[in-house]
Ligand binder design. Structure first.
Ligand code: KG4
Ligand code: ZN
Length: 337
């Protein structure tokens, strides 16, 4: 499917699956507005997202954020072709805020409503910016997910494997918490690691050689805890600890991804989700792909972490195919792709 100017749809996207309140307006492939209100300051003191606080802040933020998106786009609800909203997976209290408001707006304005799977939003985001032909392999790495999918076509995704314990983003966030670096931790570790030596310390890598392409990060996290208890932080610089830990996470992401691409004969690899913003992962995956003849595609930074543009984009595709949600649309914390 292409979204050409002749069939360009104007879609309002709404995303409230976790702790970011986001709204965007997409016209065809043109991003007219992309507003993300982060709750990092709310959850920072707790070292992780507090679900009850997240939903309360979504309630407070959602209407002004949508107003801001519409006014930045220079459009009104009446001029839209539809409203796309994340309906899962995520925190149910957070999802319900977006879903309820989208239902109310769609009913009030007689607009089509499209329920979008957050994971499909991440998986398709790069297609808004780059031509990526199907089939491709997608490594979806975020705070809640670390999965490999074979994307055969629009809407046709096969789950190949995933993490057996923590997601890669969680591994970053928990490490940052142990190191007292604040929340969310991935971006901070990424920045610190840029001045560190990735070979300063050797953290263990779990390479699960099964045909299900699994990942595991809990052993690495425990190794960091033991290291900090035994050594304190006097022997090594924080930059070196961050770089060495990050390198272990990346090794554990790159190896199964390349193996899956090789086994399945896929020539294109997409990396998406919040962790795909990691500068070292972007470089390492691209270089490793080049070495074995694979093309690696990564979205621009604004489309890696949670945003409503990717929800509007996936919603536009579904609406163009005539799909729309009934008013019974509900939030599902465990929605599968
Ligand atoms: O996709 P996302 O915004 O939300 C979820 O769907 O979970 O991903 C958030 C995750 C967090 O764990 C955050 O620490 C991580 O993405 N993250 C990063 C970077 N930027 C965000 N991890 C490593 N390096 C980064 N630069
Ligand atoms: Zn996400």
């Amino acid at each position: 499917m292409t979204l050409s100017p002749s069939n360009a749809l104007s879609i309002l996207g709404i995303e409230t699956s976790c702790d970011d309140t986001a709204a965007a307006v997409l016209h065809g492939k043109q991003i007219l507005a992309n507003v993300v209100s982060s709750q990092d300051e709310v959850h920072g003191p707790y070292g992780g997202v507090v679900p009850e606080l997240a939903s309360r802040h979504h309630i407070r933020n959602i209407v002004p954020i949508i107003d801001q998106a519409l006014s930045t786009a220079g459009t009104s609800l009446e001029q839209l072709d539809g409203i796309a909203v994340t309906c899962g997976p995520g925190l149910v209290g957070s999802l319900l805020v977006g879903v309820s408001l989208a239902k109310a707006l769609a009913t009030a304005k007689g607009l089509p409503l499209i329920g979008v799977n957050h994971l499909e939003g991440h998986l398709l985001a790069v297609l808004l910016e780059q031509e990526v032909a199907f089939p491709f392999l997608c490594l979806l790495v975020s705070g809640g997910h670390t999965c490999l999918y074979r994307a055969r076509d629009w809407g046709d995704y096969q789950l190949l494997g995933g993490t057996r314990d923590d997601a890669a983003g969680e591994a970053f966030d928990k490490a940052a918490k142990m190191l007292g670096l604040g929340y969310p931790g991935g971006r901070v570790i990424d920045k610190l690691a840029q001045n560190g030596d990735p070979a300063a310390l050797r953290f263990p890598r779990a390479h699960l050689k099964t045909d299900t392409y699994s990942f595991s990060f809990s052993g690495l996290k425990t190794a960091l805890r033991h290291f900090l208890q035994a050594q304190g932080r006097t022997t090594y610089r924080d930059e070196d600890i961050a770089a060495s830990y990050q390198e272990a996470v990346i090794d554990m992401l790159v190896e199964p991804t390349l193996r899956a691409a090789r086994d399945l004969g896929l020539e294109r690899v997409v990396v998406s989700g919040g962790v795909s913003a990691n500068s070292r992962l972007r470089k390492r995956m691209t270089a490793a792909g080049e070495q074995c003849g694979l093309r690696v595609f990564v979205p621009s930074l604004k489309l890696c972490t949670d945003n409503a543009v990717m929800i509007a984009f996936a919603g536009a595709w579904r609406l163009a195919r005539g799909q729309r949600a009934a008013l019974q649309l509900n939030a599902s914390a465990t929605l599968r792709l």
